[in-house]
Design a protein around this ligand. Sequence first.
Ligand code: G3P
Length: 218
Amino acid sequence: MKLFIDSANPTQIQEMWDLGIIDGVTTNPSLAASAGVDYKTAVEVILKTVDGDISLEVLSTEAHEMVVEARKLAAMHHNIVVKLPATLDGLKALRTLSAESIRINMTLVFSANQALLAAKAGAYIVSPFVGRLEDAGEDAINIIHEIRQIYDNYDFQTQILFASVRSTLHVKQAALAGCDIATVPYDILQKLINHPLTDVGLKKFLDDFVKSKQKPLI
Ligand code: G3P
């Protein structure tokens, strides 16, 4: 499963890219606002840092305007994947843009049927928002399993991106459900790396070495 970072913070993105644990980025102006960075500048830095899929969202809501905006975004860099919302206009724009081989991430997906339509219209990625579905009291993991089954039943090549990740458990659930990608906030990526029992175990190992006065091997 590929891991993307869900961030607009160039420092965090650089750190995780250098660690070699991320394959791409999803970002948007809201993330830039919460990181306190200028969105345009952040995107320019991200494009220089990460050699992988970078999903950028259109701001238009009408199909023709989405198409115009998506073409411009895609022309900026070969790694850009354009995010379109899973609305009627988004679907219309997706059909036009996928016919032009522009890679589309259909975002704000909240049902298996929306994911089915996105795949039929040629989406490169579909992004079900698991955390927000759970906030609304839905069994979101079941929806992920449904999407996986539908795509496998009909051999759709659209990649399933587990979005709105709120916990390390979500990352494991994404992998167990056969998602192609999970996009993960920086703080949760850090939690994936660390485990308190690893720190306890390392301390005991080093303390025992000192207490027992063993000689180092090298
Ligand atoms: O890419 C954005 C998506 O992951 C949303 O996350 O936490 O705002 O629901 P959240």
